[in-house]
Ligand binder design. Structure first.
Ligand SMILES: [Zn+2]
Length: 212
């Protein structure tokens, strides 16, 4: 099996796993992976991540042209800006996962860092999570807002919408997205309680030991 065929299978497997565990629903959410020739594979528009067909994934060439498979997701620009701004980006996951979206709708979030450092793994896999102000899905203004943050952050949270997470590989991007979703869930569970997050020294030590 060629490297591209393996990646196609892997995208479908990951999509089904996300769908089965309730991290995505309907035809929401999209996944992309970069290819050695500079192009990408991307989930097609209006497809359920639970029922992806390896042959129907959108193939985009290095110039950004759609060359085969289904039409790319209309949120493809969220992926493109991550690849353009982050040299090490190998994959991007964007979900409308419930707990992350719930957090993105709260008043009073720190726009530079939406979630407190509740656990070490959140700090290591997600780090600082900026909030991107609300823009309509598919609007060019949303691409520009994400572009401004993408070179400094591999994960961003779109207000009233959901997370966009880049990783060096599909597994890294998936794991970071899942860590973010679970941390959002913990944060909501703890709302109203007196939280004792990691202190600044503990966060600094993690960033030193595990630079992202
Ligand atoms: Zn979306």
């Amino acid at each position: 099996m060629s490297a591209e065929a393996k990646l196609r299978e892997r995208i479908c497997h990951c999509g089904a796993s996300l769908f089965r565990r309730g991290l995505t629903f309907g035809s929401t959410g999209n996944v992309s992976v970069s290819l050695p020739d500079g192009g990408w594979l991307m989930t097609p528009t209006n497809a359920s991540l639970g029922e992806l067909d390896p042959a129907e994934l959108s193939r985009i060439d290095a110039g950004g042209r759609h060359v085969s498979g289904g039409k790319p997701t209309k949120e493809a620009f969220l992926h493109r800006v991550m690849y353009r701004e982050r040299e090490t980006c190998g994959a991007v996951v964007h979900l409308h996962s419930t707990h992350s979206v719930a957090v993105s709708c709260l008043h009073g979030l720190d726009p530079h860092d939406c979630l407190p450092p509740i656990t070490a793994y959140y700090v290591m896999r997600v780090g600082r999570l900026p909030l991107v102000p609300y823009h309509p899905p598919g609007d060019e203004s949303l691409a520009l807002a994400v572009e401004k943050l993408a070179n400094r952050h591999h994960a961003v949270l779109l207000a009233n919408h959901g997370p966009v997470v880049a990783g060096t590989s599909l597994d890294t991007a998936m794991h970071a997205t899942e860590e973010l979703e679970e941390t959002a869930k913990l944060f909501l569970l703890l709302r109203g309680s007196s939280i004792r997050p990691l202190d600044a020294g503990q966060v600094e030590e993690l960033r030193r030991r595990f630079p992202s």
